[in-house]
Design a protein around this ligand. Structure first.
Ligand SMILES: *Cc1c(COP(=O)(O)O)cnc(C)c1O
Length: 448
């Protein structure tokens, strides 16, 4: 972007918040552009029908998923994760941060989604299935009334092997796209940023996925992937920065969550607010989930994004209104964090603009805090997450300590006691044990 834009923006800003962001301190920001749901949705480029269409497509594919990934046969090929109460962790948070968390605390365990062990098993898999369906329909190999388990046959495998898929990733999107694409028969290339973990690359290579490594960050891996894919008309590029399909795949989480809340006898309405805390990288995962949740619960749900102090890209994009025109590096922030999925320097402009009227706010969290929370969750609930997935865990504490203006503005002060906090645990299910032990050890160093 033009330096003059940054400078003119700086001049009109709440400088103390910006100073704190620049000094890599943890911050809490509430979104002044949050609108009433009805006003926001009227301007939105995506609608309830789009999300319903994605849900229907995933139902069509369920017989295929159940056949190709037998671990999903119990859920009949629907890729979904548990929603758990975590009362012991709640006590631990209250003890350590010196104050009650008012309302119920739940963990949405996307870390334990089948197939790829992260939130990417929603959007990533959905986008590849949609592409596969389009190819098969165009070539008259499939009708939408067929039993899609036929897609697991040799005939389809051979058909898809004439096409290829490419994606740029810090790791987890690569895992999800790589695994599903290879299973269907596609040739697949994953362009990995420098921070991607070795075990993720090894795992993909063991599944015949072509992994190309870059000595640079996520944005570079995506850009290279895009350039290489453009040169090949049979190659489909999964564009994590701009993809509506990824976004819609994530958004389907909301209707499923609604059913899980009903099963737990949890009400969400005017007097029973729902607060959801979502770790954010480029934005598609948390943005899609938040969008779906707003469609489901409108003004009764309050969604907050969580980012590392070293990668507050969505926060910067939203607070400046510059979206993808600004990167953390523009402000001298290094984008170095152990929270792999969140090591993103430039946010998705598509996601930022789509969620701008719906998002309640955004906060940042240090890597040390992520490790501490990782250890605490193991000790209290025996649940293992990867560091990025803990970013949501501090949300209820931040809201109660720093969000009083927000709670007052939306008349929530006396309602939070009847409310529910959902921490979205976005990944960790596939992390090798030895690696997880290292994470836990780092949590010991950072505990008190
Ligand atoms: C990808 C990822 C996120 C964030 O999703 P974006 O779409 O990049 O914003 C959060 N947590 C984990 C573990 C991830 O892999």
């Amino acid at each position: 972007m033009e330096k003059t834009d940054i400078q003119s923006w700086l001049e009109d800003q709440n400088l103390s918040l910006l100073e704190n962001i620049l000094s890599l301190e943890e911050v809490f920001w509430s979104n002044p552009k949050l609108e009433k749901f009805q006003n926001g949705i009227e301007k939105s480029l995506l609608s309830e029908e789009d999300v319903a269409g994605a849900e229907e497509r995933l139902k069509r594919f369920a017989p295929y998923i159940a056949k190709a990934f037998p671990e999903t046969s119990v859920s009949k090929g629907i890729i979904e994760s548990p929603l758990l109460k975590i009362p012991t962790m709640k006590e631990k948070l209250e003890l350590d941060y010196g104050g009650p968390i008012v309302g119920e605390l739940l963990l949405k365990c996307d870390s334990h989604l089948p197939i790829s062990g992260s939130i990417k098993a929603r959007g990533g898999i959905y986008e590849i299935l949609k592409h596969a369906e389009e190819l098969a329909l165009e070539n008259q190999l499939l009708s939408i009334h067929d039993d899609y388990s036929i897609l697991a046959s040799e005939k389809f495998h051979t058909f898809f092997s004439h096409y290829s898929i490419a994606v740029g990733s810090t790791g987890n999107l690569g895992l999800s796209i790589g695994i599903i694409s290879a299973k269907l028969g596609f040739k697949v290339t994953v362009h990995m940023s420098a921070d991607a973990k070795q075990w993720k690359k090894d795992l993909l290579r063991s599944k015949n996925v072509h992994v190309i490594e870059y000595d640079a960050d996520y944005s570079k891996a995506v850009e290279e992937g895009r350039i290489q894919a453009e040169a090949d008309p049979r190659c489909y590029f999964v564009d994590d920065e701009n993809s509506r399909d990824l976004f819609l795949g994530y958004a389907v989480a909301a209707s499923r969550l609604k059913r899980q809340l009903v099963e737990l006898a949890i009400t969400v309405d005017e007097n029973h607010p729902l607060f959801v805390y979502l770790p954010c990288g480029v934005g598609g995962g948390p943005g899609g989930v938040a969008f779906g949740l707003k469609l489901m619960f409108q003004d009764h749900v309050h969604c907050f994004f969580a980012e590392p102090t070293h990668s507050p890209c969505m926060l910067l994009g939203l607070m400046t209104g510059l979206h993808e025109q600004i990167s953390v590096q523009d402000l001298g922030i290094d984008n170095v964090t152990d929270a792999d999925g969140l090591a993103v320097g430039r946010p998705s402009g598509f996601v930022g603009r789509t969620v701008e009227p719906f998002l309640s706010g955004n906060y940042t969290v240090s890597d040390d805090c992520l490790y501490k929370l990782l250890k605490d969750l193991v000790d209290t609930e025996d649940i293992y997450l990867e560091p990025s997935a803990l970013a949501g865990m501090i949300g209820p504490v931040k809201l109660s300590k720093e969000g009083s203006d927000y709670l007052q503005k939306y008349d929530l002060v006396n309602k939070t006691g009847n409310g529910t906090h959902i921490v979205w645990a976005t990944g960790g299910g596939m992390v090798p044990k030895a690696m997880m032990n290292q994470y836990y050890q780092k949590g010991i160093v950072n505990s008190w």
